[in-house]
Design a binder for this molecule. Structure first.
Ligand SMILES: [Zn+2]
Length: 272
């Protein structure tokens, strides 16, 4: 019998460089939702995936199912906005909600947000359209809706455009000591817990740019998992999740990187 494998799909709501599938992740997401439904697949939550991974759910529970994620947490993930160059855009959240209304099926997305307010403010000026569209006003409503969970994508993404004195590199590939990891991951986790309030539990972390150091992956996360309240970490390695997958290096497929059309996505879902 073939090993059961589950794809995790990743979108970037702020990837808007036109109005086509290939240059607008919101357009792509809408088409992909329709595809998933049309080929008889369904959406499960990250919690369901992890329960299956831990042996608490049978293979049947994840058969022909995808997990949806998005990264960075800009307003394009939640708010419908009038893009200065490309006009009105429906957010990932709106598309998700509409899909639920149309199909009556379960929808869910885990949103890995950049946590630091200062970093988001600066990134909004430098990388987005500079209209204050990277705020966190929507985090609680998204979480409470049950359609979109908020999760940790590090304190400031170690983003190259920030005056970040932690590392010279624009990634997490060199992060090699506890203080730096605490600054990026623990600080973010504590802020999220404080901001989201009692009962918030989203034990997932996505590596910025998908990469990581040996120290972070083999020592820091496994050893501090309980203290941090984390159960798994996600990369952007092109693969599907099986029960043999390393929980601190879960693969994810990235829209408009690993696939550029619904045809290609259909192939990827079927492990081609
Ligand atoms: Zn990111």
């Amino acid at each position: 019998m073939a090993t059961t494998r589950v794809p995790i799909l990743t979108y970037h709501g702020n990837n808007i460089n036109g109005l086509e599938y290939t240059n607008n992740d919101l357009v792509a997401f809408q088409a992909d939702l329709q595809l998933i439904d049309a080929i008889g697949w369904r959406i499960i939550t990250m919690d369901q995936l992890l329960a299956w991974y831990a042996g608490q759910l049978p293979d049947e529970a994840v058969k022909q199912a995808v997990v949806l994620t998005c990264d960075d947490g800009t307003w394009f993930d939640y708010h419908d906005l009038d893009h200065p160059s490309y006009g009105p855009q429906k957010s990932l959240f709106t598309l998700l909600k509409n899909h639920q209304l149309t199909t009556g099926k379960q929808v869910h997305m885990t949103n890995f947000v950049i946590v630091s307010p200062e970093a988001r403010k600066r990134l909004d000026q430098l990388c987005l359209v500079g209209r204050g569209w990277w705020g966190d006003d929507w985090w609680q409503s998204a979480q409470q809706s049950g359609l979109m969970s908020i999760a940790n994508h590090s304190w400031d993404h170690n983003h190259g455009v920030l005056d970040n004195n932690n590392h010279s590199d624009d990634s997490f590939a060199d992060i090699a000591d506890e203080a730096s990891c605490d600054q990026q991951i623990k600080q973010a986790q504590l802020y999220l817990q404080e901001k989201m309030g009692i009962g918030f539990n989203c034990p997932y972390f996505a590596y910025p740019y998908g990469n990581y150091s040996d120290y972070l992956h083999q020592k820091y996360l496994p050893q501090k998992a309980r203290e941090l309240g984390l159960m798994a970490a996600f990369t952007t390695r092109k693969d599907l999740v099986s029960r043999d997958t390393d929980r601190w290096a879960m693969p994810r497929l990235v829209c408009n990187y690993h696939w550029n059309s619904t045809t290609q996505l259909a192939d990827l879902l079927q492990g081609k």
